[in-house]
Design a protein around this ligand. Sequence first.
Ligand SMILES: CCCCCCCCCCCCC[C@@H](O)CC(=O)SCCNC(=O)CCNC(=O)[C@H](O)C(C)(C)COP(=O)(O)OP(=O)(O)OC[C@H]1O[C@@H](n2cnc3c(N)ncnc32)[C@H](O)[C@@H]1OP(=O)(O)O
Length: 318
Amino acid sequence: MTLTPLVYWAQRHEEIYLRVELTDAVVSHKSTQRQVNITVRKEQRGWWERLTVQERKPVFLAPDFNRWLEESDAEMEIREKEEKRNRLKAVRHTEEGFVSLKTSFLFVYNLVQFLGFSWIFVNMTVRLFIFGQDSLYDTFHTISDVMFFCQILASVEVLNAAFGFVRTGVIPTLIQVVGRNFVLFIIFGSLEEMHHRPVVFFVFYLWSAIEIFRYPFYMLRCFNTQWKTLTWLRYTVWIPLYPLGVLAEAVAVIQSIPIFDQTKLFSIPLPKAIGTSISFSHVLHVYLILMFLGLFINFRHLYKQRKKQFQTKKRKTH
Ligand SMILES: CCCCCCCCCCCCC[C@@H](O)CC(=O)SCCNC(=O)CCNC(=O)[C@H](O)C(C)(C)COP(=O)(O)OP(=O)(O)OC[C@H]1O[C@@H](n2cnc3c(N)ncnc32)[C@H](O)[C@@H]1OP(=O)(O)O
């Protein structure tokens, strides 16, 4: 006797769903499945009155109430799916817009910094060749405006890290920005006596020497690409430059201590009963300790970043 499995059916405007129950059937292959689900695409979109041509429903055929929908409900389902698709599209559009806005912002930021620091580096190098040692004494007057601009702008990097615009830690960036701006604005900016010291040349030259590689490296990273030589320079040049930079900054701080003592600039007044004031040079002594702590933290951070970069092999390189 031929066994006819029960067939449950349901439809949408474009498809027919068939569920063939095999509970009682002897199945020749070893499948343990209890049912076969079949989706048949309708040749023409439309709503069928029944599944079979003949009006009389075969005994083995029954509506699949798990999926059954009336025509109007099926139309509603299509509309809901369409709305969901549109909503997803809109979200994706907004996300893509944000990503491209962020990329453009970072690219322009890095480009401006690259131009600024390149100007500083090239200008200082050319002046060194033309004027020799004399150029060491007027670095502040020729370079400081652009350096002020670049270093104020560099504060954006702390925000970039804090808001997750770039994959980096806030602390190393904060140490870097606060450290440099302290030397630039407090030590050099506020003391005229420091303006003609050769230490300004060494500090500015060491700062800009890394940035002419770092910012173009970031510009390429904005487009998920990199140039091997530039990556190597960005993650290697800091090894001698960072300790030398901190050393030059420390010399500048040490040179400024007697000036602060003499001028009493930024000294902290104490209550009249005690009668004196605390010289800013005490703050500078503490700052000297912080500097070497900052050097240790950032040196370790940069070493980790270097290791991470050179371990990542599957990058697009040129
Ligand atoms: C809490 C306050 C305490 C204050 C205490 C003060 C203590 C003072 C201590 C002062 C020491 C400072 C001395 C310093 O001034 C001396 C010098 O600078 S000497 C010259 C040599 N200097 C250097 O080499 C340092 C240069 N600076 C840096 O490298 C960074 O500023 C630093 C924060 C140190 C490290 O950068 P970062 O953490 O960002 O690492 P990565 O470059 O590897 O970047 C990580 C990923 O983020 C992407 N990224 C980062 N920035 C951008 C950007 N602007 N645009 C696009 N993408 C960016 C980057 O591509 C990496 O992603 P991926 O891995 O995918 O490539």
